[in-house]
Design a protein around this ligand. Structure first.
Ligand code: EPZ
Length: 422
């Protein structure tokens, strides 16, 4: 059967400027949050990627009308009376579990297909369930669907998350904004995408304070008082970090525009630790390198720690650095598949549980490889740009989930890369 693949060739240094798209991991939740506006909300800077297509279909399955023009998406939820999401959509994208919170916030109930796991881990939702139960939600497993209801009504709560789960924080936020009284979410996730969501909720008339810190306080507002809004999605920090990796790897300078440098403080520190130079403006970051790449150790952690979504990209950097590095993956239980693929290109990475023990090598060889997940796939394409010869990357549908026009943006930097059908 015909398959689209990406073909790259080693091409020496690259330099130039790329404008990043809106953040996938924000836009997906903002589209879901539009349910609370009960009218026509407009989102700008929405990335053109397949995960967004799926979330739009989820909203349509609930009765919303969604129009898209370029990077602007208009979502009218006035007539969205449905509260059930079809398995066919949720099974394609586990992030659709983010519809749970706004459905509870609007209707007090939901019937969503249980999200499956994925290659990087089991992706449990026990924290989501425990914090929502504190609001008075009851859950039943109904033939593979999660049936959420609130027979005795909903009430505010003070909860402490076992782990600062991004998704659980977001679902708790969206469920609690219409519950009269004060809800406190402690040990909340602090990612910039949480702040973006809280900003949109407040633009809709909600009263959310503390987003971006570990303690978020929600003053409930009657649903009738909420209204649609117009909102610009923040830049995608993971896409930005992915392109900046090229500057550190090949020399650059590579500049990414449309990104708040504050989103990537830890990552910029790691680029500098490895011998690269980082400069910033208000909405751009530039990375370049003239000295040899130096080894470093990395622990992936909840924000503001080092992001797990850039672990594969730095696995590549350390694979070509002088010396030995240790990368510990503390967020997901199986996120080193990229390393196995990179070893096929000549890297020297040994896996020991949730640690990758990396000994730098002088170069990589092009090879046929398979994208293990969204971020590993993007990193394999960059590996091909640094390798001797041709690299053919398969299973690129993973990349299309989260990177808009990835090949086009790489070509704008002078990369020898193309999409072909084989
Ligand atoms: C979001 O996933 C992102 N996805 C992920 O990005 C990102 O890697 C992750 O946050 C961490 O930053 C979206 O926003 C769509 P979590 P999420 O809940 O919300 C465990 C990408 O490449 N956990 O913070 O699912 C879970 O299994 C993707 O863009 C529980 O045990 O992340 C995982 O090991 C990949 N129980 C860890 O916590 C729960 O109830 C982090 O999960 C919830 C989570």
């Amino acid at each position: 059967m015909a398959e689209e693949i990406i073909v790259t060739r080693g091409c020496g240094n690259l330099s130039g400027t790329v404008r990043v798209s809106g953040a996938k991991n924000s836009a997906l939740k903002l589209i879901a949050a539009a349910l609370l506006g009960q009218g026509r909300s407009v989102l700008h800077n929405v990335p053109n990627i397949s995960d967004i297509d799926i979330m739009i279909e989820v909203l349509r399955s609930l009765g919303a009308t969604v129009e898209r023009e370029g990077h602007t998406v208009a979502i009218d939820t006035a007539d969205a009376t449905g509260f059930e999401t079809p398995y066919e959509l949720v099974s394609k994208m586990r992030a659709s579990i983010s519809i749970l919170g706004p459905l509870i916030g609007r209707f007090g109930k939901a019937r969503v297909a249980m999200p499956g796991g994925c290659k990087i881990g089991e992706r449990k939702i026990d924290i989501h369930l425990s914090v929502l139960e504190a609001l008075g939600v009851t859950f039943a497993n109904d033939h593979g669907y999660l049936y959420a209801s609130s027979p005795n009504g909903l009430h505010p709560a003070k909860v402490f998350l076992d782990f600062p789960s991004v998704g659980a924080t977001e679902n708790m936020l969206m469920a609690s904004v219409t519950i009269e009284g004060t809800t406190v979410i402690d040990n909340a996730a602090r990612e910039p995408e949480i702040v973006d969501l809280a900003n949109m909720l407040n633009e809709m008339g909600c009263k959310v304070q503390g987003a971006g810190t570990s303690t978020i306080v929600v003053q409930g507002v009657p649903l009738a008082d909420l209204h649609p809004c117009e909102h610009w999605v923040v830049g995608d920090r993971i896409e930005a970090g992915t392109f900046l990796t090229i500057g550190a790897l090949l020399g650059g300078p590579i500049t990414v525009e449309g990104i708040d440098p504050d989103f990537l403080r830890t990552v910029m520190m790691k680029f500098e630790e490895m011998g690269a130079t980082v400069t910033t403006s208000e909405d751009s970051i530039t990375v370049q390198r003239t000295e040899p790449l130096q080894a470093t150790d990395i622990q992936t952690l909840p924000h503001p720690g080092f992001p797990t979504d850039l672990q594969a990209q730095f696995c590549l950097l350390t694979a070509l650095a002088e010396g030995r590095s240790v990368i510990s993956e503390n967020i997901f239980e199986n996120r080193f598949m990229f390393a196995a693929e990179l070893n096929r290109m000549g890297s020297d990475i040994n896996l020991d549980g949730h640690h990758a023990l990396i000994t730098g090598v002088s170069g990589l060889q092009g090879a046929p490889v398979s994208s293990p997940d969204l971020r590993g796939g993007a990193a394999l394409v960059i590996a091909g740009l640094a390798a001797e010869g041709e690299t053919r990357i398969h299973d690129i549908y993973h990349i299309d989930r989260g990177y808009e026009d990835y090949v086009g943006k790489l070509r704008s930097l002078g990369a020898s890369v193309e999409r072909i059908t084989v």
